[in-house]
Ligand binder design. Structure first.
Ligand code: NAD
Ligand code: WQD
Length: 345
């Protein structure tokens, strides 16, 4: 079984490559390396002891993508490739709409041409916008509040329309909550380009001394300690969710959305304290104003994924923080100029 992974060199993609290879799938990765390094794929090869093809291709280059499908008999696609920074999407909406939406259109056109109609798509809990209540179920109304989130919402609609036009299409829309953590080996993990905007990579960079202190965005939310609450999910659990979704699309037809979350919410302060405990490092922080556009509480109802995919997240926040820390401590500069300076096990 041959699976094409778009965006496979990225954070979630590389972890999913490991799980697919370990499960015996043959994979082909395409990625333009806009937000990743080919080194992540070398590490995937080291972890699994398996080799696979990698094509440095932009999804917007239809001809190059066509060649990949022409030369390989692909059974299904897992589509991670996309731009993902919320703030950047507000400043550069045209780039985000073009890259994420046109990229997906190109991919689907080529898939259609070669009769490949099985797709697992990286959506996001961000499509729910500001939920009226928690936990969030898949049937909640959608209302993304920024261009990035709207690209995800629009792509979901496009994929549903594709299935209406041709019932042979089988698509899983995976709405991730907050992926964090890293592979146990400490060899692959999240490697943000600049100063990270997401909480965990930021905490990890404070812990390793690259950034002085964390800014906690608001402590006046109606939550247990006033700071924002999120459903953090271990990236390996998330990767395994893709394996389950792949099995589903290979065996069924139709379009379905699934929340991939744990169903539990943790506050910013809880995450800081957990990280301090597992790393033995102090995380200096300062409470500042709320970040514009943030919501107070967000966590999933993950029951549908359990019932229909047979998937449950099993790794807790301690393990998530511990694995993030191992990756960050062993790779303080991410995949670049890696220098092992600590012996975090
Ligand atoms: P990432 O940036 O690490 O990985 C995305 C990969 O796609 C990168 O390697 C990038 O180089 C590649 N890419 C982008 N545009 C491309 C194009 N036009 N052609 C080819 N390759 C392209 O991000 P990630 O965290 O691994 O996220 C993977 C997917 O999951 C994204 O679609 C993202 O929107 C979605 N998602 C991520 C999160 C999160 O918090 N990380 C949450 C919800 C959804
Ligand atoms: C988590 C909590 C912040 C940074 C984003 C995207 C979403 C999805 C996942 C892709 C919040 C607080 C954060 C900091 C802080 N990505 N925080 N100081 O905002 O839930 O979701 O990533 O689909 O679309 O919007 O994640 O990690 O940025 O924030 O206090 O320096 O940490 O206010 O409560 P978020 P996050």
């Amino acid at each position: 079984m041959k699976i094409l992974i778009t965006g496979g060199a990225g954070y979630i993609g590389s972890h999913t490559c490991v799980e697919l290879l370990n499960a015996g799938y043959e994979i082909i990765v395409v990625d333009n390396l806009l937000n990743s390094k080919a080194e992540s794929l070398n590490r995937v090869r080291q972890i699994t002891g398996k080799d696979f093809k990698f094509h440095q291709i932009d999804l917007l280059e239809r001809a190059a993508l066509d060649t990949v499908f022409f030369e390989n008999s692909i059974d299904a696609v897992i589509h991670f490739a996309g731009l993902k920074a919320v703030g950047e999407s507000v400043s550069l909406p045209l780039w985000y709409y073009h890259n994420n939406i046109t990229g997906t259109l190109r991919l689907c056109e080529v898939m259609k041409k070669y009769g490949v109609k099985k797709l697992v798509f990286s959506s996001s809990a961000t499509v729910y916008g500001v939920p009226n209540t928690v936990p969030i179920s898949e049937d909640f109304s959608l209302g993304a509040t920024n261009p990035y989130g709207r690209t995800k919402q629009m792509i979901e609609e496009i994929l549903r329309d594709l299935n209406v036009s041709d019932h042979e299409w089988s698509v899983a829309l995976l709405r991730y909550f907050n992926p964090i953590g890293a592979h146990k080996s400490g060899q692959i993990g999240e490697d943000p380009n600049n100063i990270p905007s997401n909480l965990l990579p930021y905490i990890a960079q404070v812990a390793v001394g690259k950034v002085n202190e964390l800014k906690v965005f608001g402590n006046d939310y109606p939550t247990k300690d006033g700071t924002g609450v999120r459903d953090y999910i271990h990236v390996v659990d998330l990767a395994i969710g893709h394996l389950k979704a792949l099995e589903k699309v290979l065996g069924f037809k139709g379009v379905d959305a699934y929340n991939l979350g744990t169903g539990k919410g943790y506050s910013v302060l809880e995450m800081i304290h957990t990280f301090e405990t597992v790393s033995g490092r102090k995380i200096p922080y300062q409470i500042v104003e709320r970040r514009p556009g943030d919501i107070g509480i967000c966590f999933a109802n993950p029951l549908k994924a359990k019932q229909e995919l047979g998937w449950v997240a099993i790794r807790g926040v301690e393990e998530m923080c511990k694995d993030s820390w191992r990756w960050q401590a062993n790779n303080p500069n991410g995949y670049e100029n890696t220098k092992i300076f600590t012996n975090v096990k």
